[in-house]
Design a protein around this ligand. Structure first.
Ligand code: NI
Length: 186
């Protein structure tokens, strides 16, 4: 168990396509998960993906099961370890023919000090496995869906600035939200 250094945007390791985990319930996988959880907690993050600590595997952690003072407006998301995730967007098509998206502010522990409004699918199903190889299958919406999409993007080399459409709503946290650091760092 250890708090690991979090890679910052510009590091090529954040741009890799992560490899699937092929062996479950191993010491190596359990130690990776402990490091991810320790590092996420230490940074007060809403989630963390293995590539952010330099590990090229499809493993993400997110949620805390309770509201955290750092982002009091976000509803609780169950603490989850998700291996080899697959996301399926759900919902009714919107006027443009795409599935409905929500816009909200996001940050990222690999992009410190910044926030932007990022479009995400409003409702998704996600599947995958826990570290023991047991299947996870959930249909979620809102903040929970946003966190999962953000973390899984890290597994395909996507950082949230790559998803920003309106750069007028992209800036430094201290300027956008003076005196208030209440939006999630994912
Ligand atoms: Ni992130």
């Amino acid at each position: 168990m250890a708090v690991r250094d979090i890679l910052k945007m510009g590091d090529a390791r954040l741009l890799r396509i992560a490899k699937p985990v092929t062996a479950f319930d191993t010491d190596v996988l359990h130690l990776l998960v402990l490091d991810l959880l320790d590092t996420m907690r230490a940074a007060q993050g809403a989630g963390l993906a293995a590539p952010q600590i330099g590990v090229d595997l499809q493993v993400v952690v997110f949620g805390s099961g309770e509201s955290i003072a750092r982002y009091p407006h976000a509803p609780p998301v169950p603490r989850t370890v998700l291996v080899n995730p697959v996301i399926t967007p759900l919902g009714e098509p919107d006027a443009s023919g795409g599935l409905r998206e929500d816009e909200d502010w996001e940050g990222c522990l690999s992009v410190p000090g910044l926030r932007a409004v990022v479009p995400r699918f409003a409702r998704i199903r996600y599947t995958g496995f826990d570290p023991y190889g047991d299947r996870i299958d959930r249909t979620v919406e809102g903040f929970h869906a946003r966190v999962v999409q953000h973390e899984c993007d890290h597994l395909v080399g996507m950082l949230y600035p790559m998803r920003v459409r309106d750069f007028k709503r992209f800036g430094f946290t201290e300027v956008l939200f003076p005196g208030l650091d209440a939006t999630p760092d994912e």
